[in-house]
Structure formats: structure tokens, C-alpha cells
Design a protein around this ligand. Sequence first.
Ligand SMILES: [Zn+2]
Length: 169
Amino acid sequence: MRLVNTLTATTAHGRPATPPSSGEDRLAAINAHLTEPSRLTPVDADRLAEVAAELRVLFGATGHVHTVASRLNDLLIRHRAVPSLHGDPPVLAFHAPDATLVEAWTGDLGTALAMVIGVGQSARLGRCEADNCALVFFDTTRNASRRFCDLSCQNRAKASAYRARRATR
Ligand SMILES: [Zn+2]
């Protein structure tokens, strides 16, 4: 989610947003979310921005679940995603032992999203419905009813709906 938001959102909370556009800036943006810097290179960061753009279409796509599933399958195949036990003690990951970092990130992220879709929970992959907000989120509400990325967007959307109702009276 954060990778998609950081690397691809062109609007956020009602304002234009400028996603990083060079490999160095993308890498800095990715590392800013990590507790320790990744071993990614700026070229890897550019690749991950492409992956993030592909993952973005999975969010807010209710009604297009088959299209979304086939795109995600395609992404997983292209990045050689495969279940594999790594390390000692073994931990389950979704990339081959010889995977590149980009393949590893894509395999793990893509599989996590595939698991959500595969258990009939694609409605939980949400996209903010407020005007001028392209942020995506994972909806953890009991009945998957969340519509906005955060309270500020929810309040903004409520206020503009209220104004619209008053205007038509
Ligand atoms: Zn929002």
C-alpha cells in the first residue's frame, strides 16, 4: 500500500502530489518507510515504481475482479513469484532463493495481494473516494465499508456533500 501511495499517487488529501520521478528520489522515498535502508539501487527503485503502478489497479477495482486477477497473475509470473522457505529457521517467502531484490519485493507484495483477492476479500483493497485523492488502503473494518483513506478525507467529502445538498434546496 505504502509503496503504491509513495511511488504513484498524483493526488492526496485534495491536493496534487508529485511522486518521485528519478531513481534516486524513488529510492529515498522507499527507504524513508523502512527501519533500515534497503539494498535496492536507484534502477531497482525505477522498476519498483513500475510494479507499484501495476499494483495500483488492484485497488478500488470492485466489479473488475477477473481483470484484476489476470493482471496480477501476469505480474507474478513475470517476476518469478514462487513459494519458498528461506533462512534459519525457515521462513515462508514468495520468491526463489536466487531472485533479484525487485523480484523478491514483487513476489512477496503481489502474493500478499493475491491472497486477499483469493479469499474473496478484494473489496478490502480500497481507493479513497474523496475528490482529488488517489491514495489506496487496506480496509480492516468488519464489513469492508471504509471509503476514505483517512479522517481528513472523510470530513472533506462529508463537508462537500453537505454543501451540495444545501445548494440544491
Ligand atoms: Zn483520501
